[in-house]
Design a protein around this ligand. Structure first.
Ligand code: FAD
Length: 502
């Protein structure tokens, strides 16, 4: 039987969920307002057990170095690099924050959560080789991409990443770019280290506590109904909070819907589970040190860009290849099969159905991937590593993606691939929806949460935020000297590869 306990003391801030988003927001708020009371409620027994767990994501420190979806080819043949610059700048903010935390002793040795792994892009065929060359020429003019190198010589590509070039048809045009400043990030370890610190400064961390309901108090604060379970017992208690961060990952929308936040109207989610092939064969792992991204099939969304990734998790190296789409109506790996049907509302059914109707190539691709035989899966891997054999690889299920579907005027639904902040008009509750670039750019995303929810504090907080992220307010993309100085400094502190000299 569930017992009901009296309301606990009110908090200034309640962070729902124990992933990288709540960890980062808790850290920022504790730095800015050390006297504010903060509590974290996580439904699982472990923190960072969902999308932030290192085996549930690809660990790419997304910074536009290798992902083709951040650059678009314009009708005149030029390359629009605006999105790549933005993502890179945001990742530089992450690096600055993590460097400040390492220097302060809040995070442990950098190699426990971030490791240098070159980022590469690999393309096949004359048209894509030409596109990659033009993309490289445009990007490498900017100091943030000054370490990028291009080659269409299989011998050079083979030196960069031997698995890519072995036994490849010599008549097939291929090209690659490589940037040695790239990284692999263990977002699970990062989150846990931040939570350990937060606990040491009196943040109340509560695993096995699920937020089941939320309602407004008369004074505009929130009352959360929390269901706690121990090995032998279950309790329900209530907690008041001035500000709630609904950091539930795939369940963030559900939390906003429970709270009746009008700003969440029109949003729906498309669940897609990520499956990867994992290789633990030390001989193969030793021959690959890169995150190599390819091109998504025609009509496919960026989340299906195939990549062959070096992972460094708890000091061990492994290789991942994927993603292969899986089907599952859950919004969290440990969610419920009722997640997708339960999220349907009169205001998001129209956008969801119109999105599916106007994205038939996506529906077709998902169906094709779901029905792909072992042979077809191997063929996709062999586009990257022609000598791969299935015996060296095991299929694993990674995290669950909950891709945003947003209703536009006229109720047309659009599938969004970024990460989006949704906040109530009075700033008392906010959430982050979507996935990529997600965890990599968590600090930039949460600075947006702070700006939207605490506008009157911004001027007063700015100097404290610059202690953590010194370039805040400056443009690295527009200041080559600052970009070089900042990337060199964070590379040194985080044990990453320094930018190459011209
Ligand atoms: C397959 C895949 C690959 C990815 N690859 C990358 C990558 O290479 N690079 C990158 O930067 N990002 C990547 N991402 C995205 C990244 O993993 C996410 O952006 C990030 O982990 C989200 O963090 P979060 O804290 O919002 O969510 P989560 O880590 O999912 O944390 C949310 C937490 O909230 C808890 N929770 C939910 N509801 C409640 C409730 N009601 N009460 C209490 N607790 C609750 C959950 O149990 C969970 O622990 C990938 C994601 C997937 C799925």
């Amino acid at each position: 039987m569930t017992k009901t306990q009296a309301s606990l003391r009110p908090y200034d801030v309640v962070l729902v969920g124990g992933g990288i988003m709540s960890a980062t927001l808790g850290l920022l708020l504790k730095h800015l307002e050390p006297t504010w009371t903060i509590a974290v409620y996580e439904r699982l027994p472990e923190l960072a057990g969902e999308a932030s767990d290192p085996w549930n994501n690809a660990g790419t420190g997304h910074s536009g170095l290798c992902e083709l979806n951040y650059t678009a080819e314009l009708p005149d043949g030029s390359i629009d690099i605006g999105r790549a610059l933005t993502v890179n700048e945001q990742f530089q903010q992450s690096r600055q924050l993590w460097a400040a935390l390492v220097e302060a002793g809040i995070l442990g040795k950098p190699e426990t959560f971030i490791n240098p792994v070159p980022h590469m892009t690999l393309v096949h065929g004359k048209t894509d080789v030409d596109y990659l060359r033009r993309r490289f020429e445009t990007l490498s003019e900017n100091a943030l991409f000054g370490s990028m190198r291009f080659s269409d010589d299989p011998a050079v590509i083979g030196e960069w990443a031997p698995l890519l070039a072995q036994s490849r048809d010599p008549g097939e045009p291929i090209a690659a770019t490589r940037d040695v400043t790239g990284s692999d990030v263990n977002f699970g370890a990062l989150s846990k280290q931040i939570f350990t610190y937060l606990k040491s400064v009196d943040v109340s961390i509560n695993p096995r506590c699920e937020v089941r309901g939320m309602r407004r108090n008369n004074d505009g604060s929130w009352q959360l109904r929390i269901h706690q379970h121990t090995d032998n017992d279950r309790f329900t208690h209530k907690v008041d909070a001035r500000f709630v961060f609904a950091g539930g990952g795939g369940w963030a929308l559900k939390l906003l819907q429970k709270a009746g936040v009008p700003e969440a109207r029109g949003y729906g989610l498309l669940p897609v589970s990520g499956r990867f092939l994992r290789c633990d064969n030390p001989e193969i792992i030793a021959r690959h040190d890169a995150k190599v991204y390819g091109k998504a099939p025609v009509g496919a969304p960026p989340m299906s860009m195939p990549h062959l990734d070096t992972r460094v998790i708890d000091g061990e190296r492994a290789l991942l290849f994927g993603p292969y789409a899986g089907t599952n109506p859950k919004f969290l790996k440990n969610g419920s099969i009722l997640d997708a049907p339960g999220s349907l509302r009169p205001h998001n059914i129209g956008p969801l159905t119109s999105m599916l109707a106007s994205n038939l190539p996506l529906v077709w691709l998902l169906t094709k991937q779901l029905t792909a035989t072992r042979k077809k899966k191997l063929a996709a891997l062999r586009e990257f590593a022609p000598e791969a054999v299935m015996d060296d690889w095991t299929m694993i299920t990674a995290g669950q993606r909950a891709q945003i579907v947003k209703g536009e005027p006229g109720r047309r639904g659009v599938l969004e691939f970024g990460t989006e902040v949704v906040a109530a008009h009075d700033g008392s509750i906010a959430a982050v929806l979507g996935a990529s670039p997600g965890a990599s750019t968590a600090p930039a995303i949460l600075l947006e949460v702070l700006a939207r929810c605490f506008p009157s504090y911004q001027r007063y907080w700015a100097p404290s935020l610059r202690e953590l992220i010194p370039t805040l307010g400056s443009s690295l993309a527009g200041d080559a000297a600052l970009a070089r100085h900042t990337t060199s400094r964070t590379a040194e502190i985080l044990g990453l590869t320094a930018p190459l000299r011209d």
